[in-house]
Design a protein around this ligand. Sequence first.
Ligand code: 5GP
Ligand code: SF4
Ligand code: MG
Length: 459
Amino acid sequence: CGVFGVFSPYTLDISSVVYYGLYALQHRGQESCGIVVNDDGVFTSHKDLGLVGEVFSRNILASLPSGQMAVGHVRYGTTGGTNRNNCQPIEVNHQKGKMAIAHNGNLSNAVKLRNELEMSGAIFHTTSDTETIAYIVTKERLTCGSIEEAVSRAMDVLDGAYSIVLMSPQKLICARDPYGFRPLCYGKTADGMYVAASESTALKAVGAEVIRDVLPGEILVFDRNGVVSRTEHCGKKSKKLCSFEYIYFARPDSVIDGIPVHAARFRAGEILAKHHPIEADVVIGVPDSGLDAALGYSKASGIPYAIGLIKNKYIGRTFISPGQSSRLDQVKIKLSAIEENVRGKRVVLVDDSIVRGTTSGRIVKLLRDAGAEEIYLRISSPPFLHPCYYGTDIDSEEHLIACRHSVSEIADIIGANALGYLPTEELKAMIGNGGYCSACFDGCYPTPIPSDTRKDRFE
Ligand code: 5GP
Ligand code: SF4
Ligand code: MG
């Protein structure tokens, strides 16, 4: 998911600011989106299934009032299905007022927390774990003096991944879980508006200068008096930023925790060239997330880079669409080959990841049909061997091709002449040693993991 929040010292057409911000975060989720505007404590919202540009037509945007604060969300569901109820930001009316919350990540103790709340009489309207966060924060708010104190107390019991942007009548609050699994940063515009977003590219899109990333475990409070940071709570943990953010999830023009995503992907390509060299005529990348690594492979190997595949720009990320059959169809209409760049050639094909293997198989076939002689597939991530519990839709073992087959078997299944993955121990060289999660590759989970992990377990 992607989250966005804005606090302005003056009243303006604030939903437009969020609209542009969410547009820049669209790659982080295409299931649904929403904006909640706060005008002197009066909340107005619009949320629906669909892309930002579809959900927020000119008329809808015009119908949202001006205000001083707003939060927004684009959803990529990892807990709870795709339905209107699960659209975010979630709004709640509680005893001390109103709150709207947008969340990126996934709680690893959501089932336990929700069961406890339900046993004490809570009734949930959605099947998303974000409502659990909302419930705990508002419950804590009953017995403490401020919303940020309630967030701080909630953070003592929440486990797993959460980058949240939350709005009370008076304040905008950002918080990042103590491991910092998901990115979150903030900045300021020349005219004094504070903006927080999942990725730096969304700050730039609305004309804000990046100030810095929100620290793991940090709470930032924006109000009329400026910004206050709180870090003395919920215990110090070592940072575990999701390494897959660099490999696939984030936009290459974003900088996360000081590391430019494009540079990390480029390095992954260079590392692949070192570990999996091959004699070939051309290096091509799978758009979009394989392109940067393909450039790195080309540079390090000296094999010329060429554009071999064109992506239809009007289609979203294939992985997002539910069901295997729709994914198959989408690959077909999404990509097509530039024949003259691959015909009769030995091709190094670079992509970011293999989950089930469907996509890679389709692309290899596409290139063969276009006349590619030999195809050497290079993947800029290690093999997926374990599910993710922190907000990426990496499935249980039975759906991960690398759990059931060796590398050479996968190459055969996909139809490539050979296959090489990024070695897990090279993630460090790719993204630096600032602390990252690599649990889906190596099984080293930073938090206790739940026993029931079905995405629809609350439904
Ligand atoms: P597959 O067809 O192997 O199941 O899917 C792999 C493809 O899905 C890759 O091309 C990757 O770019 C894309 N993809 C989209 N979303 C995700 C995600 O959340 N996880 C992974 N691993 N791949 C994803
Ligand atoms: Fe990211 Fe994998 Fe960790 Fe999930 S398990 S947070 S996808 S590195
Ligand atoms: Mg892809």
